[in-house]
Design a protein around this ligand. Structure first.
Ligand SMILES: [Ca+2]
Length: 239
């Protein structure tokens, strides 16, 4: 473990979906922990209607909240030309007065961030999108780059939720993320519910559609689930 950590775990404070969420921990801030989603490569920025996620941070100081990085191919030639950053810290209405105010960052509280309608900045200042008061929406950026699409790289998916990459100020940052939603009018909207893997412990777990919730291993019926538990019991009796 190189100072960063991602896990899916049961979350003490009830997450927006289910019982669990994705834990992101950076011990040494020059490292980063990131989740990468590859399902939207080739999606035009101008087609994105939904992009939101929920965060929960242990500390509100410094505005250090899991942020989104989009790998962007500006002209559709297959090469990544830019990285766009959505940072919750800039979404309180004071940096982009024409953008919706999404409130201040609060510690120990689940907060929703609307990245589809919030402000972004470009790694290279392209389209004039700059950190702070230079943030703009994806659709404003797409005016300058109408062919711009999300692009996966050889390292992973083109939509990333990240912590770190910011040196010592990120040291020992603990955050949780849940309910990442991405959608376009054409392909519909998908919400990702981050949950720990659930393993069957007894035959009772299989009943009342309980088998449908299990994923380590997953089952295709209650019978299959019960047989798996009975098989394990027999095996332990034989030993
Ligand atoms: Ca969840």
């Amino acid at each position: 473990m190189s100072g960063t950590y991602i896990d899916f775990e049961k979350t003490a404070e009830k997450p927006p979906l289910g019982n669990g969420s994705m834990k992101l921990l950076v011990l040494s801030g020059s490292n980063a922990a990131q989740f990468r989603l590859s399902s939207f490569s080739g999606t035009k920025l101008s087609d994105i209607t939904d992009m939101s996620y929920y965060t929960h941070v242990a500390s509100a100081s410094g505005g250090l909240v899991p942020y989104i990085i989009l790998n962007v191919d500006q002209n559709g030639d297959g090469t990544i030309d830019d990285l766009l950053f959505f940072e919750p810290f800039y979404q309180d209405g004071s940096y982009g007065p024409s953008l919706p105010s999404q409130g201040d960052i609060m510690a120990n509280s689940w907060q929703k961030w609307d990245a589809a309608h919030g402000g972004w900045w470009s790694a290279y200042g392209d389209a004039g999108a700059m950190p702070g008061t230079g943030i703009m929406t994806l659709s404003q950026y797409a005016v300058a780059f109408p062919k711009a699409v999300i692009a996966n790289s050889s390292l992973g998916g083109g939509i990333r939720i990240a912590v770190g990459f910011g040196d010592t100020m990120w040291n020992n940052s603990l955050a949780h993320v849940d309910a990442l939603t991405v959608g376009t009018a054409k392909s519909g909207t998908v919400t990702y519910d981050f949950e720990p893997l659930l393993t069957v412990k007894s035959a009772a777990d299989c009943k009342n559609n309980g088998w449908m919730q299990l994923d380590s291993p997953a089952f295709s019926s209650q019978t299959e689930c019960v047989n798996f538990v009975l098989g394990k019991m027999k095996k332990s009796l034989n030993q």
